[in-house]
Design a protein. Structure first.
Length: 117
């Protein structure tokens, strides 16, 4: 099983997003979802259309802001997304870049909707 909060940006994540979130088959080229903000934004649009997801994304958290209540150490700087769905209640995922934060949140959404991901 994939752990969305730890998967790095790159081809493996892009392929998972294509298959599990956007429905693109592996015989077609995979957009660089995890490294390109325009491609990542299509993932947000797909999730909103499929599930009516509340997707607060992406926000930058400065080291002086505190996400300790969400499990992130004090002083963490990151881009983060907030997911709120029928199965996920205000879940926050952080990453070094906005596209990666979007993809990690999308993959978590996919895992919650299909545990076999």
């Amino acid at each position: 099983m994939v752990e969305p909060a730890k998967i790095p940006a790159g081809a493996e994540l892009d392929a998972l997003i294509a298959e599990k979130v956007t429905g693109i088959t592996r015989d077609r080229p995979t957009p660089p979802y995890s490294t390109d903000i325009a491609a990542a934004w299509t993932v947000v649009e797909t999730m909103i259309r499929k599930d009516g997801v509340y997707f607060g994304c992406p926000h930058f958290k400065h080291k002086h802001q505190n996400l300790a209540s969400l499990g992130y150490p004090e002083g963490t700087e990151c881009w983060y997304c907030v997911l709120n769905t029928k199965l996920l209640n205000k879940v926050v995922l952080c990453a070094d870049t906005a596209p990666l934060a979007i993809c990690r949140a999308a993959l978590l959404w996919a895992v919650k909707h299909n545990p076999d991901v």
